[in-house]
Design a protein around this ligand. Sequence first.
Ligand SMILES: CC[C@H]1O[C@@H](n2cnc3c(N)ncnc32)[C@H](O)[C@@H]1O
Length: 483
Amino acid sequence: MDLTVRQMDTEEFQRQRQEVLGQWPTGKDVSFEEAVAYQKSLPKSKIFAEKLAEGKAKGLTFAQPRAGVALLSEHIELLRFLQDEGGADFLPSTIDSYTRQNRYTEAQAGIEESAMIGRSMLNGFPAVNHGVAACRQIVESVQVPVQVRHGTPDARLLAEITIAGGFTDYEGGGISYNIPYSKDVSIESTIKYWQYVDRLIGLYEEQGVKINREPFGPLTGTLVPPSISHAVAVIEGILAVSQGVRSLTLGYGQCGNLIQDVAALHTLPVLAEEYLAKLGLPKVMITTVFHQWMGGFPQDEAKAFGVISWGAVTAALGKATKVIVKTPHEALGIPTKEANAAGIRTTKQILTMLKDQTLPMTPELALEEEMILAETRAILDRVLDLGEGDAAVGTVRAFQAGVIDVPFAPSRYNAGKILPARDTSGAVRLLDFGNVPFDESIREFHRERIAQRGRDEDRDPSFQMVIDDIYAIGKGMLVGRPR
Ligand SMILES: CC[C@H]1O[C@@H](n2cnc3c(N)ncnc32)[C@H](O)[C@@H]1O
């Protein structure tokens, strides 16, 4: 395994670059020097890292939707609507599934079909096919910073084109865009692909261009315990900073219990700073992003707004820098622009009402923070041991050993031995620990709380609880109580 966490050398980067820019005709429009000049021509109001820094300093929580459609003019119309009618503080361009799999020929067919039929036949914006000039048209058509949101294991060409196109933030990572999104792609290969992405951004940073990076926190979005998602987020932060990234937004997907989720938001930046320092990496700007519930949603729109609101409350009380907004069409599919804007307005109403409130420190909150810190440190320390100090090598070995194990992940590189279930207060605990390196005191903490739920529900803790929890929110509950 020639994988290493060390910064990619220039020769290797340039060798890959020739291949990457040749993967689709639009790659030929990318010129690094010209793109640096274009990025530097952008007003500060369009630089993601600048606005994030301002929000962090002021203790604000910003709202950002997901959104993407096939054709450029419709995509611009959609983003402007979400900015003007939704009040979005940041805008996305959610990339379609074909592009995420580097299937640009099918993306092209989707564009042509959409133009013919008059509606989007893709589930996102095919940025590679549209190319650099089209991305710049998007950036120049809106007033707020724009981010690339996707799920791409090999995201090298997408990064080249969208960053040259003026996007100032790039989501994803070699773990978080592999394990939840692929079945048969090795972790080593995607870590390497993403080291290219992060090295490209490092080269922009060396030219004075700020590009923020946002590892994908929620992973499978299904009962992922904070320690697992935090371990992945911190590792992807380490991998990115090692390649020259200097601005990170670390993410976490809502689990649903307020105390646990606020504890997760408090501890994530603490852990990132701790491990970046431990590895002697430079200090970087760290912000947080909270994803409103990523699991199954109620079909009923009023109930969906309830779920959206609960996520907004948690983001506000947990002082996340940014919250990713869901829509009342979540259970149905790609939302209309009206539904998407409504989700943002609902969220911003709550963010504004709660901006002067915080959740007080209580013994329960302190205990949750202590547990998340202990659990995540146990995982990260084992990863570094396995890698003999190299976080990249350690990550590959940690997945092989089941030390990092993401619940309900499709990847065959994921052990899939751990089993999460909610305790009686709705906090996500582990019913089965698999091979995650938790000591007896941590295990007892989880076992006792799940046992208490069993007593409350008059049933033995079992896989049935997990199934009930997965369907619970769609049925209007949080904890999947038996009939
Ligand atoms: C990470 C998965 C989330 O992204 C959302 N999503 C995916 N594609 C789009 C899209 N094109 N427009 C709006 N939301 C989208 C989807 O609803 C889900 O909540």
